[in-house]
Design a protein around this ligand. Structure first.
Ligand SMILES: C[S@@+](CC[C@H](N)C(=O)[O-])C[C@H]1O[C@@H](n2cnc3c(N)ncnc32)[C@H](O)[C@@H]1O
Length: 330
């Protein structure tokens, strides 16, 4: 089956990376058929309900029907056969499409062609045909809309225990997905703070282990997890001591202190990260992934002494703070 992912455009590479990480984590065999700005077309046996549950940085998953340059669009639309039932056409402009035809004209053209065989229903159609204008026109039939409102509702300020140190839930979910964790596997966040990453891991069915050096963070994290009906094994620990409390884990997703707003408890930040990487290399199972937010190249280099670096995405957290979302494999 061929699927068209409409990516969110919140970052140039991270939404694509998240889709591929989820597909790999779930073990679906797949092949990339086409890519463009905001577009990823995959041939694979995908479970869309599971992907919908996991993804944070995609907007829709459609059944891909064709891609066309402006010159071939009309002909391709004439060849298109859609299932019986009412339909509507909803076009969208997300990429570098700079041709004469705009979304309204494309909706009208495709609508008229399909309207020769099927009846239009703009309010409650059986079939939604979605031409997306990027470098070309990519046309899909809607399968699934990714519900993204929940991420906003889980923002740090809406949780019972608040601290500004927490990532936006969409970014926390993307980090969890990059760790390739699967349902019922053990996900560790050893700098868990208020629990932002653990919450996102819990919502996709991971078994959670969280630790932090600060007891008030562990208490607050517990309150936040309970607020969302999520359970976790939580304990207070310096990063160096977590092996005393827990065995090997299937994945690690974590956002260590930046040495600025968040406390390193007076430790030199490089020293803390060096200790952390050593512990991660011992506690992570073979062939599994560490997804970690790092300040800069120096820290990425440090990680490479213990792991195989697979992916790096610089992400703007806010106006004056950029961090690298990194994926390491053991
Ligand atoms: C950037 S915050 C983590 C934020 C977290 N992801 C959240 O959603 O709130 C880093 C956390 O590392 C903890 N920390 C600092 N030094 C530590 C150490 N040596 N061992 C374990 N945790 C430490 C801090 O208490 C802080 O909660």
């Amino acid at each position: 089956m061929h699927y068209l992912f409409e990516l969110s455009g919140e970052h140039p590479d991270l939404p694509r990376a998240e889709v591929l990480a989820c597909i790999e984590a779930e073990g679906y065999p797949y092949k990339i058929l086409e890519e463009d700005e905001g577009i990823l077309i995959i041939d694979g046996a995908l479970d869309l309900d599971r992907l919908k549950e996991r993804l944070a940085l995609s907007r829709y998953i459609d059944k891909w029907v064709f891609s066309a340059s402006p010159a071939k669009l009309k002909k391709k639309a004439q060849e298109l056969k859609i299932p019986n039932g009412t339909f509507c056409v909803r076009a969208k402009h997300i990429g570098t499409w700079q041709r004469d035809l705009n979304t309204i004209e494309i909706e009208r053209m495709v609508g008229e062609i399909l309207g020769e065989k099927n009846k239009v229903d703009l309010n409650d159609p059986d079939i939604e045909v979605r031409p997306i204008l990027s470098g070309k026109c990519y046309v899909g039939i809607k399968c699934t809309k990714i519900e993204r409102g929940g991420f906003e509702e889980r923002r740090a300020q809406h949780r019972p225990f608040f601290s500004p140190i927490s990532l936006h839930p969409r970014l926390a979910r993307a980090l969890v997905n990059l760790s390739r964790i699967r349902k019922n596997e053990q996900l560790l966040d050893p700098f868990c703070g208020t629990g932002g990453i653990l919450i996102e891991g819990g919502l996709i069915g991971a078994k959670l282990i969280g630790s932090d050096i600060a007891q008030h963070m562990i208490d607050g994290c517990k309150t936040n997890l309970e607020h969302f009906g999520i359970s976790a094994e939580l304990f207070k620990s310096d990063i160096g001591d977590i092996l005393k409390n827990t065995k090997e884990v299937d994945a690690i997703a974590t956002d260590p202190p930046y040495g600025r707003a968040t406390s390193t408890h007076k430790e030199e930040i490089k020293e803390l990260y060096a200790r952390a990487f050593e512990v991660f290399s011992k506690i992570l199972k073979e062939d599994r992934y560490l997804a970690i937010v790092l300040p800069d190249k120096e820290f990425i280099k440090m990680g490479k002494e213990f792991f195989d670096l697979r992916e790096v995405y610089p992400v703007r957290i806010h106006r004056s703070l950029t961090r690298n979302f990194c994926v390491f494999k053991k």
